[in-house]
Design a protein around this ligand. Structure first.
Ligand SMILES: [Zn+2]
Length: 401
């Protein structure tokens, strides 16, 4: 403390040579409040005199003490000297006689959690289909190799259900690290594919606006308009959603479709958004049809979209955040393989709709093959939601580091 005060004295003495000019005087008194040395000026020399008195290098008489108590809180202390200095460097003024402003003690800072200020959108893959018949049409969503009574029907693996377990646990663990988590689906209800993407685009625009200093009215209007369009898609049901989704998104998928100008504008305006990532969570299957036969293939894969690959429709969009997408996909692959024990397969470019239909840095993870016997057992292990969640937390921490 003493060192600190001496430093301030030295600064004050230095400033007094620079700024030792008349600041003001009060007519109602022989000396202005703050003119502690009674030389007719309020200057840094007065602040220095206060500080010197605090370490007993100077003594103030009664009148000087009254002049020194510039914040008029009844105590002459470093806050008074600081007020004079703030005035001199025009960061503030010596408070008027009344009312008194006492510098409040700085609040005890709460240590920031590692993911404070970060938002993670979790997309538990697939809207869950309402009926078992629908699920059979869902390709790899369902698998019949083993029985687990936890799942409806008792005889089927439902990808949408198990990845929801993973996502809910990941949400809990991410929140414990301070993150804000947005789920595209948080229950066993069906949520259409493009409903989920519309939520992502709305979130991206909200973040963009919040991160833009003094956004222009025209930009705010654009965001309002596009948010209304995206909101109109959310209630549409079905795998390809309805007619509105089919205007604004590449659905049903065509390898030659060009991007809608509105969608392109949304992608362009959100390509600088920070502190926001997207993760779509799936389990994998090899083989075709509703009931693919068991496979020997096993392990974790991650996917991202970029702009220099033949793996997607080049007519669609060329402004994806390729480096960030790849970084997230690589981190998810590494941490998931490490935490879960699944074999580490690959991180590769792809153009799945979950990574194509927005421009938030994102990746898709396929956590093991549910029609591989050992992967299936691992997926259904009761420890797996915790392990997957830990992997996602570690990947997010590493991504934002
Ligand atoms: Zn899937």
């Amino acid at each position: 403390m003493k060192k600190y005060i001496i430093t301030i004295i030295l600064i004050a003495l230095f400033l007094s040579t620079l700024l030792g000019v008349t600041m003001f005087s009060f007519a109602q008194s022989d000396y202005a409040l703050g003119d502690v040395n009674r030389d007719g000026n309020v200057s840094a020399a007065d602040a220095a005199l206060i500080l010197r008195s605090l370490v007993e290098l100077a003594t103030l008489d009664e009148e000087q003490q009254a002049l020194a108590d510039v914040n008029e809180n009844g105590v002459v202390d470093a806050a008074d000297a600081a007020a004079i200095l703030r005035y001199l460097v025009e960061l503030g003024t010596i408070p008027p006689a009344k009312p008194t402003v006492t510098p409040s003690p700085s609040p005890t800072p709460t240590p920031a959690l590692p993911l404070s200020g970060k938002t993670i959108i979790l997309d538990p893959g697939h809207g869950r289909h309402e009926t078992l018949a629908d699920r059979w049409r869902g390709g790899s969503y369902d698998w019949t190799l083993e029985t687990d009574p936890k799942y409806e029907g008792g005889t089927h693996y439902h990808e949408a259900d198990r990845v929801l377990d993973f996502a809910l646990e990941a949400r809990k663990q991410l929140q414990a690290q301070g993150a804000t988590v947005i789920m595209t689906r948080s229950g066993l209800n069906h949520v259409g594919s493009y409903s989920r993407m519309s939520r992502v685009n709305i979130t991206a625009m909200e973040h963009m606006l919040a991160q833009t200093e003094n956004p222009l009215p025209a930009l705010i209007k654009e965001v309002e308009d596009y948010t209304a369009i995206m909101n109109s898609i959310i209630p549409e049901a079905g795998e390809h959603n309805g007619p509105i989704a089919q205007v604004y998104y590449n659905t049903p998928y065509s390898s030659t479709q060009t991007i809608h100008p509105t969608t392109k504008r949304i992608f362009d305006m959100t390509n600088q958004v920070e502190n926001l990532i997207f993760i779509s969570i799936h389990t994998n299957a090899r083989g075709s049809g509703s009931h693919p036969p068991p496979t020997d293939v096993n392990g974790v894969e991650t996917y991202y979209i970029h702009n220099a690959s033949d793996a997607y429709n080049k007519n669609y969009y060329l402004g994806y955040r390729a480096a960030e997408n790849k970084k997230l996909a690589d981190l998810l692959l590494t941490h998931t393989a490490t935490e879960t024990g699944f074999a580490k397969r690959s991180s590769a470019p792809q153009d799945y709709f979950m990574i194509r239909e927005h421009n938030v840095p994102g990746a898709l993870i396929e956590i093991g093959y549910h029609n591989n016997w050992s992967d299936y057992l691992r997926l259904m292990d009761e420890s797996m939601p915790d392990k997957v969640a830990k992997a996602i937390v570690k990947a997010a921490l590493a991504y934002f580091k």
